[in-house]
Design a protein around this ligand. Structure first.
Ligand code: XMP
Length: 514
């Protein structure tokens, strides 16, 4: 990716650091994220045109707090410090940072005192998002105050000559109305980056680099039905044609119609060599009587590897394994101790495979965020139901059938889930909600149907909106829509007599029930 003008973001541990990268990429400017203490050589090898310093939970004046590496200022490149990053800049350049008398949290209006062109959008959209306990009390020499808020006399500061800037607020979150535009202008106008990071450019480079890497070799890819593996396989197929072989394992734990759709799309429509295996009975046998969720995950993951290896042996010699690893996985495995960082679940069912099978890895999406992977999928001409498919956990419905996993209960859940998907689809809500699914609970409750009492299972509906899946809120669905879904499930799905709607945000609840 060296041909693109690049911004480097140094990560000081904020929950929203990845959002900074996403916002800058949305302006078609390439950027990369590094832990703040990454060796200078590694960072400068990217030949950045500017730096962004993220927020973080520390206080600059505490012993042992993360610091500003000397090479950043020595480079003479533009720097934008955000929140902790701003305080760090002030601290390093001779200003003073102290605890504010009042913590500032939430939406706040700022007043622009110095309308530099890249900050000018704040004039018409002054609402910003604040979240800090410390603040800059005294400017470093050469700096001027650019904006103030009720609780931060120095809400933004800068030394335009040296192109060093700091903002106390978070331009990367959606609550800062002008945030996206400010970051775009910083990247393109202050740092001078050309907006070349487009899906078409990415595809061209990825295809060339896959050809380069693979040579005359053969590549294996596990298709899961999800967007990541679909985009990966399509890129590799475009690069090397039928020397790509895809394997699709039907675990019996997918939603209704999905296994058939995978075969239809990839084998019939896109013409990829595809081995489809129905391993339903094997998975169900392995899961028999198991109720512990982590045990279910382990069993499904292990079984998957077993079946995949067996099928892979039948396709003859292969040299590479293509995987749909995305940038957030790469970032998170580079920074395992980040406070509050998401624990990586056993997401990738193919984890462990390349070593066991002695295959080299191809990960064409390892610099992409999910929304970028979707944009690439669209540009590759993948059908919308693939591109816009909501995330689905690797262990599938095994963790949505709470309690024992049986074929009967899976089918019950599939029927209820299909109704939910259909109704949300008709209401146009499958893109505005990020995850929507039904869960089958292991309790029976009393109901009445006609003249008789029933004693049947409960379906819970979980529909959430989220920007990053680390926090989420429940979707405020129209009560009439909920009523229709509930009626249909109780009437059409045998064995279910009650439907509940989950109204818990994450945190404290997770998105999945298991
Ligand atoms: P939670 O439930 O932790 O989920 O709020 C966050 C996101 O991760 C997905 N998820 C999984 N994905 N294997 C996966 O591949 C898993 O074991 C797993 N558990 C949760 C979940 O669907 C949501 O998108």
């Amino acid at each position: 990716m060296l041909m693109h003008d690049t911004i480097v973001i140094l990560d000081y541990g904020s929950q929203t650091t990845q959002l900074i990268a996403r916002r800058i990429r949305e302006s078609q400017v390439y950027c990369e994220l590094f832990p703040w203490d990454t060796p200078a050589g590694q960072v400068m090898a990217r030949r950045p045109r500017g730096f962004v310093l993220s927020g973080g939970p520390a206080s600059v004046y505490e012993p042992g707090a993360p610091t500003l590496p000397a090479y950043v200022l020595e480079s003479g490149l533009p720097v934008l410090g955000i929140c902790y990053g701003m305080q760090l800049l002030a601290h390093a350049l001779g200003g003073r940072v102290a605890r504010s008398p009042q913590r500032e949290y939430g939406p706040t209006p700022v007043e622009l005192l110095h309308p530099l062109p890249w900050l000018a959008p704040l004039q018409s959209q002054p609402q910003v998002w604040m979240s800090h306990g410390d603040r800059v009390e005294q400017l470093p020499p050469g700096f001027v105050v650019l904006a103030r808020s009720p609780n931060s006399p120095i809400a933004a500061m800068g030394d335009p000559e040296r192109r060093l800037y700091g903002v106390q607020f978070h331009p990367e979150v959606v609550h800062t109305s002008a945030g996206r535009e400010i970051l775009r202008r910083f990247a393109t106008e202050v740092c001078g980056c050309a907006p070349t990071w487009t899906p078409a450019a990415f595809i061209e480079e990825a295809v060339a680099s896959i050809r380069d890497q693979v040579g005359e070799g053969r590549v294996l890819c596990a298709l899961s039905g999800g967007v990541d593996s679909a985009v990966t396989a399509t890129l590799v197929h475009r690069a090397i044609g039928n020397r790509l072989i895809c394997i699709f394992v039907n675990t019996g734990l997918m939603r209704r119609g999905e296994p058939e759709a995978v075969v239809r799309t990839f084998r019939d429509r896109l013409g990829m060599p595809l081995v489809a295996v129905d391993a339903t009975e094997e998975f169900l046998a392995a899961l028999e009587g198991v109720t512990d969720p982590e045990e279910k995950r382990r069993i499904v993951g292990e079984k998957f590897i077993r079946v995949f290896e067996r099928e892979a042996e039948r396709v003859g010699r292969v040299d590479f394994l293509a995987q749909g690893t995305l940038y957030p996985d790469v970032i998170e495995s580079a920074a395992p101790d980040r406070p509050g960082a998401r624990r990586i679940k056993t997401h990738h069912n193919v984890g462990g495979l390349p070593e066991r099978m002695r295959l080299r890895l191809i990960e064409p999406l390892r610099y992409l965020f999910k929304d970028e992977a979707r944009a690439v999928g669209e540009a590759l001409g993948l059908p919308p139901e693939v591109v816009w498919r909501q995330p689905f956990p690797g262990p599938g419905l095994a963790v949505r059938v709470v309690g024992a996993v049986t074929w009967e209960r899976l089918e019950r859940l599939r029927a209820a889930d299909a109704i939910l998907q259909e109704e949300l689809g008709q209401a146009g809500l499958l893109r505005t909600t990020q995850q929507a699914f039904a869960v089958l609970l292991p309790v029976r409750t009393v109901g009445v149907m006609g003249d008789s009492r029933t004693y049947e299972e409960v379906v819970a509906l979980r529909v959430v909106t989220t920007e990053d899946f680390m926090t989420a809120d429940w979707a405020r669905l129209d009560p009439d829509l909920l009523a229709r879904i509930s009626n249909r499930i109780v009437n059409e799905v045998a064995g279910v007599n009650r439907v509940v709607y989950d109204i818990t945000p994450k945190p404290p609840a997770t998105i999945e029930w298991e």
